[in-house]
Design a protein around this ligand. Sequence first.
Ligand code: ZN
Length: 354
Amino acid sequence: MSDGQGWFKAMTEAVADADSSDQLEHVRLQWLGKKGRLTAAMRNLGDLPAERRREEGKRLNTLREFFETLYRQHRQRIAAEEEDRVLRAEVLDMTLPGPEPMVGRLHPVSRVTQMVEDIFLKMGYSLAEGPEVETNWYNFEALNVPEYHPARAMQDSFFVNLPGYVLRTQTSPMQIRAMEKARGSLPLRVISTGRVYRRDEDSTHLPMFTQLEALVIDQAVGLADLKGTLLTMARELFGPRTQIRLRPSYFPFTEPSLEVDISCVVCQGQGCPVCQDGWLEILGSGMVHPTVLQNGGYDPELANGFALGLGIERVAMLLYGADDIRLLYQNDLSYLTTFGDLWPRGEEGEEISK
Ligand SMILES: [Zn+2]
């Protein structure tokens, strides 16, 4: 049978030890559940002799009221603590960084196009545009490309199903269009970027690529002006210590014509598997041919100029160290996102030396 003081103590300790609603419920069942100690004691009252039954019943009721009071108070405290814990866990930390959204970025070709355009815009050039489907006149004849020139053969150019039209093989038709638009005024400084189309494909060529064309027409323009422009562009693009090398070449629309190499971006001109001899071919340029000037409405006796054409993909590959030009156009995001942020190296704080 229960000894009163022992149960008071046991109840008090059991309730005090419970520190969650679940534990407290467990304690309640131990005392007041169907198989609880108090419940069992009350059930056994009937077995007692009548003279003890009354007294024992009173005592058990007191114990029961004592437990219920303990239980109620403790339950309130636990509920308050639990609510407090939940509230504290739910506090919003406004300084936590949010989930990072997927951010798009410019395609490497667009990025490099903007970089090169920016270099020329800073030098005072303006932007010009021309159509991608060109007439034979603008794409070939006006640029002094005669009928027998290999570029005009079917295997080299994409002709469209309209006599006299071709997918432009270069951005140079823009030269004639820009000169016509300027109507003989001087100076003329324009750049034009756009897609051009040629029928060859291997790991270094695409049937379509992006070219940037620059044209300057003024009085007494010299090769030194062209060289200074090329050096400025090369150093802005590839770093302030970049050197350039000019080699004589032949293009129908320039005389003289120059191939332009830059010191290798990989080995800085020391010689490596990429460059062999320390130089990388990067663009073609030259002084505008008198016939082209005439076709654009300028008198070669009064004005002259230079032009240059640059393959944007080629520059992108060099800047990013990519090795297969075709990957640029396979729309493979996992490949394209490996191209990091890239800014003209001259802007990194290093002064571009003259
Ligand atoms: Zn090299």
